[in-house]
Structure formats: structure tokens, C-alpha cells
Ligand binder design. Structure first.
Ligand code: GDP
Ligand code: IMO
Ligand code: MG
Length: 433
């Protein structure tokens, strides 16, 4: 059985928690896209784990955790993360890195930073982890892959060429001074030594992860695809250009993990009971008042990777409907219901008003989206502490009504509800409307 788990909003939906819960029954977990721009939180026995590239199934002994072909790997940052994971007493024996994954190089980080700077107020608000520039090289077919990294002769040759090319690129695009200020970070001998050392430490994890996932499925084992980012950050489906440079939608797993679409059995979308976004770009239900602040504080909405405060707003069902459609979702996991506790009333966006016309499909272009204003339905809130709920019936009537509205509006069953960050604070539901 293969289950794909994808973020249904703008990332940070609580994917790490759900993947960790589902990984209890998984033999293989595969991250297929993105890099250490992701920040996935797992809370177990009161201990918090923050993962960036290491898949969220790592806490289970014996689970094979793959960094798949479509991921981009910053080897220096990965080694740091691996040290942190080990320091928590977690074994990395199950970790595998696909030969095809592209390597984030120091010049990618520099180009990410300079490109953002040069855009001024029009910046994207990237995580500055070099993700976009790394995917640019991949698309240009000049990228360095994990296979190259662990073959020192190949790497040494490619590195020399790339450093020459990037010197010309950075100088041409951002000026001689910008290059010279950072030249030390792009010194051939230094980069070679640091990356050769990383290659030595990582080569034992190299694998063809497409074979691992395929064979596991053939042998009747459980495979989980761990989404990073979210549907609205998808390069094609998202709010372009305020997106990441990969494909976090479920279709992305097929391309980026090398698994044919007919092999995926279930597609679960992960969403929060409200909406957040970190970085720039349109956000129709964004709140700029004390309710937004309340959600940010109650939900601890600060970025795991960059520490930036997340923008917060009401749940947008136009977005969830879109996520159901473009991901072919068979179920939704809804996190953070507990965060809304204490609000007198809860607004839910059920459609957009575009010049008097009611829109229910998410617009294809942000200029159309910017013309839209949310149409809200107002629901009563609740005050009861729900963090210890273990079944639907434990929830107050108002919370159940809220879930019912969501399920009926998006036309996809809610499969799981989250009422707290710990892995035990989630339970399966079956809601009859
Ligand atoms: P991811 O990137 O999708 O894995 O999500 P993040 O880890 O970036 O952000 C989700 C945050 O919400 C983390 O701090 C989680 O510990 C927390 N979280 C997840 N589910 C719940 C929930 O149901 N309730 C509460 N209060 N927090 C949750
Ligand atoms: P997880 O997996 C939230 C956002 C950045 C920026 C845009 C482009 O934790 O949900 P990038 O560095 O990827 O070029 O930045 O994408 N972004 C995320 N936002 N959660 C993430 O990952 C994100 N990964 C990238 O903030 O707006
Ligand atoms: Mg995150």
C-alpha cells in the first residue's frame, strides 16, 4: 500500500506530526521534493524534534527513510541535522539518499540571497537555503547530483567548471563587489575539501530509492510519501511566483520519487483548521487584527526553519477545494482544531467575491486572486479544552459543526483531527453529514 501525504495549504500544516503517526505502520517513508527549506515538527513523549530533510519516519527503528530523487540536498546542513537527530538518541541506520538528488552548493545560497536582495520589496521571501537556484541548475542540466558528490573525481571536475560559471553569473547579475565579498565562500580548494569530507560521511547512505519504494510495495509493505511545502507553494499549481521551485502536490511524488501514478492507493491532504503563510504573496483570508495575533500565539505560528512569524487567517475552503481537486485527495487530516478554542465566533471562507460574481474555484493567476474578497460563513466558537479529546464525540457540538461544514463544502472526508502537537493528540474520525 502506498499513501501519499501532501500539504493542502501554504506549508506548515502539521505534516511532520501526521507522517510520524502514520509511520508507525510504515516500512518505508520517502521525501520526494524540496530540501531543508522544509521544517517538520514531531512531538513525542514531550520531546520536540525539528526535521528539515531527514524524513519524519526516522523516530521508528527499522523504518527505511528515503531522501528521494526529486529532493535537493545541502550536505553540510544535512550532516548537522543528522548530528542533532543522533544526539536525541535516534538511529540513522534507516536513512537512504537517492543518487539522483541534486546537491545544494554554496553558490546556490549566495544566489538565493542576492536575488532576493535585488528584488527589494518585490522579493519572494524565500528561506534563503539555495533551493530555487539549485532547481534552476537542475532544469538547466548543469546540476551536481548526489552520485557526482560521492565520486570525488567527477565532483572535482564539475565543481571547477561550476565555480567558474557562477563567478561570471554572480558578477554579471549582481556586480563585481557582490562577488568579491563572498569569494572566500566560493574558493575551489575550500569548497572541495568541505564537500569531499561531507561525501565521505554521507556515501554510506547512497541508494536507488526508487527500487526500495517499488520493491517494498511489491512485497505488500507500507510505503508513505512525505510531502514537504504545500499545494499553494507548488511551482505550477501555487500562487506563482510566490512559490517554491518543486512540486509538492501528490503528482509530484510520481515524478520525483519515480513511482507510477497507478501505484498510489491513498492521497491524504494535510491542513490546519485555519490558514497560515510564511513569506510573501497573496493571502485572501489573512487577518491583520487581534484575532490574527491570537491564532499566531495560540498556535505557536513561527517558522521552524527561519523563525519568521507566520501570517495567519481564517480557513479558506476555496483553497481546500482546490487542494482536493489537484491532489486527487481521498481524505483530509485537519490539524490544530485546539488553536481555535476560545474564539467567540469562527469565520470560514466558503467562496470569493470577484466583482459581484461568486467564485468557488481557486483562480489560476494571482492578479485574479487579488481581485477576490472572501465570502464568509460565521460559525459559533467553543471554550472547552479539547486537547485531551480522543474521539469525535469528545468534541463540543460547535467544533463538530465546524468540521461538518468543512467536509460538506470541500467534498472530501475528514479522516483525522488534530487537537495538539503531540503524536497522541490526533484521532481518526468518520463524520456523517
Ligand atoms: P509541517 O511543516 O507541515 O510539518 O508543520 P510545522 O512543523 O512547520 O508546523 C506545524 C506546527 O504545529 C508544529 O509546531 C507542530 O508541533 C504543531 N502542531 C501540529 N498539529 C497540531 C495540532 O493539532 N495542534 C497544535 N496545537 N499544534 C499542532
Ligand atoms: P514545510 O515543509 C512554509 C516558502 C517560503 C517562500 C517560498 C519560496 O515546512 O511546510 P524557497 O526557500 O522554497 O525558495 O521559498 O516557499 N516555503 C515554505 N513555507 N513551509 C515550508 O515547508 C516551506 N518551504 C518553502 O517561505 O514563501
Ligand atoms: Mg514546516
Amino acid at each position: 500500500m502506498i499513501t501519499a501525504l501532501a500539504g493542502a495549504q501554504w506549508g506548515d500544516e502539521g505534516k511532520g506530526k501526521i507522517i510520524d503517526i502514520m509511520a508507525a505502520k510504515a516500512d518505508v517513508v520517502v521525501r520526494a521534493t524540496g530540501g531543508n527549506n522544509a521544517g517538520h515538527t514531531v512531538v513525542s513523549n514531550g520531546k520536540t524534534y525539528k526535521l528539515h530533510l531527514v524524513p519524519s519516519g526516522i523516530l521508528y527503528d527499522g523504518t527505511i527513510c528515503c531522501i528521494g530523487p526529486g529532493c535537493v540536498v545541502d550536505p553540510l546542513s544535512l550532516l548537522k541535522e543528522m548530528d542533532e537527530v543522533r544526539a536525541n538518541g535516534t538511529s540513522l541506520d534507516g536513512l537512504r539518499i537517492d543518487y539522483r538528488a541534486h546537491i545544494v552548493m554554496p553558490y546556490h545560497l549566495i544566489i538565493d540571497e542576492l536575488a532576493e536582495l535585488s528584488k527589494g520589496a518585490g522579493d519572494i521571501g524565500t528561506t534563503k537555503k539555495g533551493i530555487g537556484p539549485c532547481y534552476m541548475d537542475k532544469a538547466e542540466r548543469v546540476g551536481i547530483r548526489f552520485y557526482d558528490l560521492i565520486h570525488p573525481d567527477v565532483f572535482a571536475d564539475k565543481l571547477r567548471i561550476m565555480l567558474e560559471n557562477k563567478k561570471k553569473y554572480i558578477t554579471g547579475m549582481f556586480g563585481k563587489e557582490a562577488y568579491e565579498k563572498r569569494a572566500d565562500l566560493l574558493d575551489y580548494d575550500k569548497v572541495l575539501a568541505a564537500y569531499n569530507d561531507a561525501a565521505d560521511k554521507l556515501k554510506g547512505y547512497a541508494a536507488d530509492t526508487t527500487v526500495i519504494a517499488y520493491n517494498a510495495n511489491k512485497e505488500g509493505k507500507n510505503v508513505l510519501f512525505e510531502g514537504a511545502q504545500g499545494t499553494l507553494l507548488d511551482l505550477d499549481m501555487g500562487t506563482y511566483p510566490y512559490v517554491t521551485s518543486s512540486h509538492p502536490v501528490t503528482g509530484g511524488f510520481c515524478v520525483s520519487a519515480g513511482i507510477g501514478p497507478t501505484l498510489i492507493d491513498e492521497c491524504i491532504g494535510i491542513a490546519k483548521c485555519y490558514t497560515t503563510r510564511v513569506g510573501k504573496g497573496p493571502f485572501p483570508t489573512e487577518l491583520f487584527d487581534e484575532t490574527g495575533d491570537f491564532i499566531r500565539e495560540a498556535g505557536a505560528e513561527y517558522g521552524v526553519t527561519t523563525g519568521r512569524p507566520r501570517r495567519c487567517g481564517w480557513l479558506d475552503l476555496v483553497i481546500l477545494r482546490y487542494a482536493v481537486r489537484v491532489n486527487g485527495l481521498t481524505g483530509i487530516a485537519l490539524n490544530k482544531l485546539d488553536t481555535l478554542t476560545g474564539l467567540k465566533e469562527i469565520k470560514v471562507c466558503i467562496g470569493y467575491d470577484n466583482n459581484g460574481q461568486l467564485i468557488s474555484d481557486f483562480p489560476a493567476d494571482i492578479r485574479e486572486l487579488e481581485k477576490c474578497t472572501p465570502v464568509y460563513k460565521i460559525m459559533p466558537g467553543w471554550t472547552e479544552d479539547i486537547t485531551k479529546a480522543t474521539k469525535l464525540e469528545d468534541l463540543p457540538e460547535a467544533a463538530i459543526e465546524y468540521l461538518k461544514l468543512i467536509q460538506s463544502e470541500i467534498g472530501c472526508k475528514i479522516a483525522l483531527v488534530g487537537v495538539g502537537p503531540d503524536r497522541i493528540q490526533s484521532f481518526p474520525v468518520s463524520i456523517n453529514i
